[in-house]
Design a protein around this ligand. Structure first.
Ligand SMILES: [Ca+2]
Ligand SMILES: [Ca+2]
Length: 334
């Protein structure tokens, strides 16, 4: 497994090692075979949502060992379970909540297995910021400054290399990381503003835990985490707030067509149709004109849209409605 990502590898090993230990401890100390596991053994995406959204539904992707055949109930909080759906993997469950009329609050979901064991999931519906529903994006009146964050300015040399991330900083190599980061953009907001720009468009800054050639940011390995070599989710928020106070917007670049091959969806794929071409590399034809040619043949359209750019960029099948929801909700979350 030459391309295996050491970060997610370590994470998975921990999870599967810890789980049986917790189970055996709990069983030996409780007479009835009912035991609660810690929330840390379930992952949920999006990690939180908001009350009072125009669309009251949110679809949770819950990830945990054997969760697909669990039954789900809401034990605390005002929300209704509209749908529960398992796909091919036994470790993912998709739960659609209806939050109509719910105020900001913490919900408690209980996921119960066939043997009566259960896991609790605490889920926050947060209060929306005032005016967030009328937020305005960029438009034709804007002057946009495009930044490749790794190559723009290094504001914090302490994050140039991060333990667990293979692709190291080396300014002598054009394909390596060069150390630029979010702090470097914050430090230069005056400079960007002084040139008359009203928006900053950064190339993608989500985690790219790839072995090499990841500086461009187009190989997402975690849709909910800023790459630590650029900073953190909090640092991204600070950039947004600093820029806003200077009258400059921040445009987030997100890659929805494909992931990086070290994304954990490659180790444990939610469904057989999650990744185009059955999860195996088939290169795109690059016949882009097939998408707008009214006479294009289906094989050309499919060859372009379903093919992968390179073997390290598995192409996502957004026709799967759960994947489509995941990506749409992720964009709203940010
Ligand atoms: Ca840096
Ligand atoms: Ca595609």
């Amino acid at each position: 497994m030459v391309n295996f990502n050491s970060v997610s590898h370590a994470f998975l090993l921990n999870r599967y090692r810890v789980l049986p230990l917790l189970l055996s401890t709990a069983v030996s100390s409780v007479a009835a075979p009912v035991y609660a596991l810690q929330q840390s053994e379930l992952e949920v995406y999006p990690p939180n949502w908001w009350a009072g959204m125009q669309n009251p539904e949110v679809e949770l992707m819950i990830y945990g060992e054997g969760v697909a055949d669990d039954t789900v109930s809401i034990d605390k909080g005002k929300a209704i379970i509209n749908r529960v759906k398992a796909l091919d993997s036994e470790n993912y469950l998709f739960v659609t909540l209806d939050t109509s009329g719910a105020r900001a609050q913490e919900l408690t979901l209980t996921l119960t297995d066939n043997d009566g064991s259960y896991r609790r999931l605490h889920y926050s519906l947060e209060k929306r910021k005032e005016g967030s529903a009328s937020r305005k994006g960029f438009g034709p009146e804007d002057a946009i400054y495009l930044i490749a964050p790794d190559r723009f300015a290094n504001g914090n040399s302490a994050n140039d290399n991060v333990d667990g991330y293979q692709d190291k900083a080396d300014r002598q190599l054009k394909g390596s990381r060069h150390g630029g980061d979010i702090q470097g953009i914050v430090d230069n907001l005056d400079y960007i503003k002084s040139m008359g720009f009203t928006q900053i468009w950064t190339m993608p800054m989500l985690e790219n835990a790839m072995d090499k050639y990841s500086y461009h940011g187009y190989s997402t390995t975690d849709y909910y985490t800023i790459d630590p070599r650029f900073g953190s989710n909090d640092a991204f928020l600070e950039l947004s707030e600093h820029a806003k106070s200077e009258g400059v917007g921040v445009i987030m670049d997100m890659v929805l067509n494909h992931i990086g091959s070290n994304h954990k969806w490659l180790e444990d794929t939610p469904s057989k149709d999650w990744i185009n071409n059955e999860g195996k590399f088939v290169g795109t034809t690059h016949k882009r004109e097939s998408l707008h040619d009214p006479h294009a043949i289906e094989s050309d359209i499919k060859g372009f849209s379903d093919g992968w750019f390179v073997p390290t960029m598995p192409d996502l099948n957004q026709r799967n409605p759960h994947l489509a929801n995941y990506l749409v909700q992720n964009a709203i979350w940010w």
